[in-house]
Ligand binder design. Structure first.
Ligand code: AMP
Ligand code: ZN
Length: 498
């Protein structure tokens, strides 16, 4: 079946066809490194990780770039205040960003270009724009002449004429030196005497943010451009709109971008999580015990996060939470949701453990016959859902259905060796995308509350044996509140997390 993606440019689902048949080129807008990244940023990066892993599952090689914006106003200002060079100031944030990515098991990408190391490519692109009338110089700045691009507005579907009225603060303070308020800066002359500057044919200065991405794509991928360009919806205008304007006017014969994918935002209580609203959690708040303790003490988070950290379940829960909602839907972050994600992993992991135990105990299981049809069906549903614009909710529904059927067969003791093996293989395949499960045979049950739950289950069974059904029900309810489900088989009582 064909892969389809929703292209923001055409606002339709299109069949995906990369320029090369077996390799996909991707460019994703990355972080501006003057602070740690918040959870919202990671929604964007986890989405791209899902995209990468899905394409690999479908047999493609990957050639993916995520840029690092390491020169911009806040960086310049903060570095100056700290008495550091740009390089010195950004280094720890870049390191922290990479560490955060590893924590969430985001794959390493093929290129991480940095703005400060791509200046020659930017100057070359600006030179072309200047040469063919799309850029002009004014008071040491270089601007893109918006009126020279008849297609401007193609991505955000904004009429260029309407932009003139919409001078609503999106435009920068240097407007007086522009021919037209809509024009945007490609190159900025130094505004202070302390800031770092680079030489250019238009005088010393530093690049504008939009220019960076266009230049890097040209430098890394040449005329073929990229098959996929990603970013959060907030970047569609003006950032991506301006990228297209620059690249198409500088290199009219290039392809630039095949399909534009934009992820929706992570919200907190209905509002976009952002640095400016102050309603954000850094990933580090959940990653580091001291920071987690601090936000719990401030009443901003429940003790649950300390629990998840202590039991090593935090990274998986966050990853699952961020990946589990379709990328074009808003995702409201709640702690109930985080607990739900941890429970979902635990429940599936319980089945994996069960299957692994049987596979080892009864090993070596003879030969391998065909997988039962319900396993094959689940795998097909899983991939078909992802083929359809990465419909992860539907894909996960197939996984839970498989989980249910496997457990039922195990309870009846009629799964069989092929069922056990193919069940494990199906979960391994799912894990190539989710990357939250373990396939090491764990202790019989490594649930952090294992002993306490076992004791309650025993007590409940004794109560039942004594016909004290009130007490038995009380315990069952208590366990239910902990998200534990009991299952009475002919020989024993099994329990698992919901
Ligand atoms: P920034 O560092 O703000 O330039 O953002 C880096 C990436 O994170 C961009 O792709 C943004 O669109 C994305 N982003 C920022 N805030 C959010 C959010 N609340 N939810 C999802 N993505 C976001
Ligand atoms: Zn960009």
């Amino acid at each position: 079946m064909a892969i389809r993606f929703f292209n923001s440019l055409t606002e339709t689902k299109e069949v995906f066809e990369p320029a090369e048949p077996d390799r996909v080129r991707i460019y994703s807008c990355g972080p501006t490194v003057y602070n740690y990244n918040h959870l919202g940023n990671f929604r964007a990066y986890v989405f791209v990780d899902l995209l990468r892993r899905f394409l690999r599952l479908r047999g493609f090689g990957l050639d993916h770039s995520v840029n690092i914006t390491d020169v911009e106003d806040k960086i310049i200002e903060n570095a100056h205040r700290a008495g550091l060079s740009i390089e010195e100031f950004t280094a720890p944030y870049i390191e922290a960003f990479l560490e955060d990515l590893r924590y969430l098991k985001l794959e390493e990408v093929e290129h991480r270009p940095r703005a400060t190391r791509s200046i020659p490519a930017m100057i070359e692109l600006m030179g072309r724009l200047h040469q063919n009338g799309h850029a002009y110089q004014s008071q040491g700045n270089v601007y893109f002449r918006l009126a020279s691009d008849p297609g401007y507005g193609r991505l955000s579907h904004i009429e260029p004429a309407a932009l003139r009225q919409a001078a609503d603060g999106r435009f920068e303070a240097d407007e007086y030196s522009k021919e037209d308020v809509r024009d945007f800066a490609l190159w900025k002359a130094p505004a202070t005497d302390y800031e770092q500057r680079w030489e250019s044919p238009w005088g010393p200065g530093r690049p504008g943010w939009h220019l960076e991405c266009s230049a890097m794509i040209r430098q890394i991928y040449g005329a073929a451009g990229v098959d996929i360009h990603t970013g959060g919806v907030d970047l569609m205008f003006p950032h991506h709109e301006n990228e297209i304007a620059q690249s198409c006017c500088a290199y009219p014969d290039d392809r630039f971008v095949g399909v534009w994918l934009h992820n929706e935002h992570l919200l907190v209580e209905g509002k976009k999580m952002s640095k400016s609203l102050g309603n954000y959690f850094m990933l580090r708040d959940f990653m580091e015990p001291e920071r987690a303790r601090a936000i719990v003490d401030q009443g901003r988070a429940p003790a649950l996060i300390l629990d998840l950290l202590a039991s090593d379940r935090m990274a998986g829960a966050l990853r699952y939470l961020l990946i589990g909602t379709h990328y074009r839907q808003k995702l409201n972050f709640t702690f109930d949701g985080l607990q739900g994600a941890a429970n979902a992993i635990e429940r599936l992991q319980g089945t994996i453990d069960r299957l692994l135990r049987i596979a080892t105990e009864t090993a070596p299981l003879e030969g391998q016959g065909p997988a039962p049809s319900f396993v094959k069906g689940a795998i097909e549903e899983f991939t078909a859902a992802l083929d359809d614009d990465l419909n992860i909710s539907k894909a996960l529904a197939a996984v839970f259905e498989l989980n249910r059927t496997l457990n039922q067969a195990l309870d009846r003791n009629d799964l069989g060796a092929d069922g056990v093996h193919s069940g494990i293989e199906a979960f391994r395949m799912v894990n190539q995308i989710l990357d939250v499960f373990s396939f090491e045979l764990r202790e019989v049950n490594s649930d952090p509350e294992h002993d306490a739950i076992d004791a309650l289950v025993t007590e409940r069974n004794q109560a039942r044996a004594n016909r004290d059904f009130a007490r038995a029900d009380e315990i069952r309810n208590l366990l239910r509140q902990k998200g534990v489900t009991l299952e009475d088989t002919a020989t024993e009582t099994l329990w698992r997390r919901d």
